[in-house]
Design a protein around this ligand. Structure first.
Ligand code: AN0
Ligand code: CP
Length: 316
């Protein structure tokens, strides 16, 4: 594997799942693979899980890690081309990427959607510029349109808990006070379809995701109907794709509650975290034995480690 920015960098999901489970059994078995190699983790946005799990994964493989909160610890970065840089941004992404590339063997980048200009966000210009100018492998740690390390961890988790070959997996929109990107639901839909699950997406009308990512998954506007017989409920808020970046409603009727979970086939509850309690999901559901959010977060280590291992193997 050269870069990892979406499911399109994966040709053998089943094999990759096997590798992840091997790593989970003994996370230190490849501790010499990354000796004398450096992974630089660049954050344009906040993180808890991605930051710690990716650092741990790289270090489990013997790599050294450098973490930079761009725009806070470093100079503010200009990402547009052809602009007169007379504002507060002191460095251009072209030089920054080129320099960081010389200091690193792999670069992880977190750069959320700006949610103002859909075309620009969906062009993944920040990832694209790093791929073009850094000259080293790039790993997405959530970019504008996708969060593939999360989705891989989600599929690992579903594989661990599923009781049937093709479980019914429901991605449900839930209310949130701030406008959030479509990255997590976009990727989750792509990966869940690729994994062969029966995928149903439920959201209020108007919240349709880009069909490029939903890959023919069934859309069901009635949340209760969608929940019927579900084996997994995957909750997430996202802002509007059509009226780009807008919040159309904050209807608490969409919060995942114990009553709704009763409609399911004793579904496991999943969320990528961080989650706002009693907005996205009630305390009762997230605190229930059917909530697997912490296991899901643990699997971020093995997701990242499998990806970094494959990239390291390709470097040799
Ligand atoms: C981010 C999002 O929705 O993309 C990160 C999730 C992993 N969530 C928030 O900003 C709350
Ligand atoms: N799920 C996830 O990516 O969490 P962080 O934003 O804390 O990294």
């Amino acid at each position: 594997m050269k870069h990892f920015t979406s499911i399109h960098d994966v040709t053998d999901l089943n094999q990759m799942l096997k590798e992840a489970f091997e790593i989970k059994k003994d996370q230190y078995q490849f501790e010499n693979l990354g000796k004398h190699k450096t992974m630089c983790l660049l954050f344009f946005n906040s993180s808890l899980r991605t930051r710690i799990s990716t650092q741990k994964a790289a270090e489990n493989l013997g790599m050294k890690t450098i973490i930079l909160n761009i725009n806070e610890d470093g100079w503010k970065i200009e990402t547009e081309f052809g602009v007169v840089m007379d504002g507060d941004k002191a460095e251009h992404i072209k030089e920054a990427a080129g320099v960081i590339g010389r200091y690193s063997d792999i670069i992880g980048i977190r750069s959320f959607a700006g949610l103002k200009n859909r075309e620009l966000d969906y062009s993944e210009h920040v990832l694209g510029q790093f791929i073009q100018y850094a000259g080293t492998p790039i790993v997405s740690m959530e970019a504008a349109t996708g969060h593939p390390l999360q989705s891989f961890a989600d599929v690992i988790t579903i594989e661990e808990y599923k009781k049937k070959e093709h479980p019914k997996v429901v991605l449900t929109w839930a209310p949130h006070p701030k406008a959030l990107p479509q990255a997590v639901p976009n990727s989750f839909a792509e990966w869940a379809v690729a994994a062969g699950y029966e995928v149903v997406i439920t959201h209020p009308e108007g919240y349709e995701l880009d069909e490029k990512f939903t890959c023919g998954a069934k859309i069901e506007y009635n949340q209760n109907k969608a929940f019927e017989g579900a084996d997994f409920i995957y909750a997430k808020n996202w802002s509007n794709y059509k009226n780009y970046g807008q919040i159309l409603n904050m209807d608490l009727n969409w919060t995942v509650s114990a009553d709704k979970m009763k409609l399911t086939n004793q579904a496991k509850f999943m969320h990528c975290l961080p989650v706002r309690r009693n907005m996205i999901v009630t305390d009762e559901v997230i605190d229930s034995p059917d909530s697997i959010v912490i296991d899901e977060a643990e699997n971020r280590i093995y997701s990242a480690q499998t990806i970094i291992k494959r990239i390291l193997e390709n470097l040799k």
